[in-house]
Design a protein around this ligand. Sequence first.
Ligand code: ZN
Ligand code: ZN
Length: 173
Amino acid sequence: MHVDIVPVGEVSAQVKREASDGLRSVYDCEVSMHEPQSIPKGAYDADRDQYRAEELIDLVRRVGSGDKNIGITPMDLFYRRRNYVFGLAYLGGSGSVISTYRLQTSSDGGFSNRSAGEIFSARVRKEIVHEIGHTLGLEHCDNKRCVMNFSPTVRQVDVKEASLCGSCQRDVL
Ligand SMILES: [Zn+2]
Ligand SMILES: [Zn+2]
């Protein structure tokens, strides 16, 4: 499988590296880094001061060259009635997206003694592995340590691992 990562807006070298390392460590895949794209004009919702996740997925599907294409953006994303999303993917689809905006929240509530930088890096890995999992057909997993666990808060993201549980693994690998 070939995954093309598409930066949308200003994405740091560190985030790009974590994203591709995270994917390679979990999936049997080849990862490429697409040239950065600007944020699609239609994605901005002025009332919410946020960006529509679906619009970014459309862009990434259009420009990406992979079997799976995933956008990474620093912008704050929302989807339908949810206040925000860390990422979005359609089950079995080719495009998906993650946002680093709300992954920056400094501490992990004393869950570990890692630095803010390490915590942020781990979150980026988990989110990208999670969304690609959806594009491979995985749904949310009840195992709280599994990367496919539904984790709408950073606290829940911090609790899970950056890898698939045995059962999810059997479904995709
Ligand atoms: Zn999910
Ligand atoms: Zn699982």
